[in-house]
Design a protein around this ligand. Structure first.
Ligand code: NAD
Ligand code: ZN
Length: 265
């Protein structure tokens, strides 16, 4: 393990354009459950997975009804109350790599906004953020508190409309079956194509199209792909990643950063 940490630090320190891909695993040490780990939301409650798949169809059929349902139920998602959750050393390690000028982008599947809270600036939230809203027509994003949703409901004005194009506003979180917003999808693909190092943290890499990103990078070639994960994943098994550092992101990523700093001195 020690050797792999040094190797990852060396690879990062010598990269020209490093990009990180993250998944639910980087947030489990903040107390948010993942979906497919042993204590995962789907692992313990398969019915919840089936229900989640219905939500986007409901939105398309009846956006007003969808919003009313959302606002009438307690604002606790499947993952628990996300407002209070704090970033952990794994998130902060990625901030440090960005400040060192090594990490050019973090592309996350997480909707918990913990990378943003930790201070990552160049961030693509592939599945959106629970803290934002998005216009389904033009992709304009707003903070949730920029629209008084309760007032709109009381005045019978739901669904909220975009101030720029008049399109329907939805929560930014990408629902199951919903296409990835075109701006984020396009830029993520470009970054995967451009990078010469990919640092993949805490994702089982089975949710598509996100799981295509490492494969796109691999196909292009001239790239080092490092996984930091508690378990082996399809990327490990298929040889998409060059090596896996097996363990917790909250412990391994800070050690890699320490080593990078030592090398840069
Ligand atoms: P996943 O649940 O499918 O996989 C998580 C992976 O991380 C597993 O391989 C697990 O072994 C590993 N892991 C768990 N804790 C770890 C730790 N401390 N250190 C290193 N590895 C650890 O997650 P996914 O691949 O991100 O796919 C789940 C989908 O559900 C995503 O698309 C995401 O949008 C959503 N989701 C988001 C959150 C969140 O925002 N925090 C949480 C759960 C699910
Ligand atoms: Zn709009």
């Amino acid at each position: 393990m020690e050797q792999l940490i040094t190797k990852a630090a060396w690879d990062l320190a010598n990269s020209l354009y490093a990009v990180a891909l993250t998944g639910a695993g980087i947030s489990t040490e903040s107390g948010i459950r993942d979906f497919r780990g042993p204590q995962g939301v789907w692992t313990l409650n398969p019915e919840a997975e089936r229900m989640a798949y219905r939500s986007y169809e409901r939105f398309l059929e009846d956006p007003r009804g969808w919003w009313e349902e959302m606002l009438n139920r307690p604002r606790v998602s499947l993952l628990g109350g996300l407002e209070e959750v704090k970033p952990n050393p794994g998130h902060y390690a990625l901030v440090e790599l960005e400040k060192l000028g090594i990490l050019k982008w973090v592309i996350t599947q997480n909707i918990d906004s913990l990378h943003e809270k930790a201070g990552t600036k160049k961030l693509l939230e592939y599945h959106g953020s629970f803290a934002k809203l998005r216009c389904v027509s033009c992709n304009l994003r707003l903070r949730r508190d920029e629209i008084d949703l309760t007032k709109l409901m009381q005045e019978n004005q739901l669904p909220p409309r975009c101030s720029k194009c008049g399109g329907i506003i939805k929560s930014d979180t990408v629902s199951f079956g919903e296409p990835i917003p075109s701006d984020v999808a396009q830029q993520s693909l470009e970054e995967a194509w451009k990078c010469d190092l990919l640092l993949i943290c805490g994702t089982s890499a089975v949710v598509y199209p996100f799981a295509n990103l490492p494969r796109v990078a691999k196909q292009k070639g001239m790239v080092t792909i490092i996984e930091v994960n508690a378990d082996i994943t399809p990327l490990t098994e298929e040889g998409v990643s060059d090596y896996l550092i097996q363990g917790k992101t909250g412990e391994i990523l800070p050690r890699i950063v320490e080593e990078v700093k030592r090398m840069k001195k």
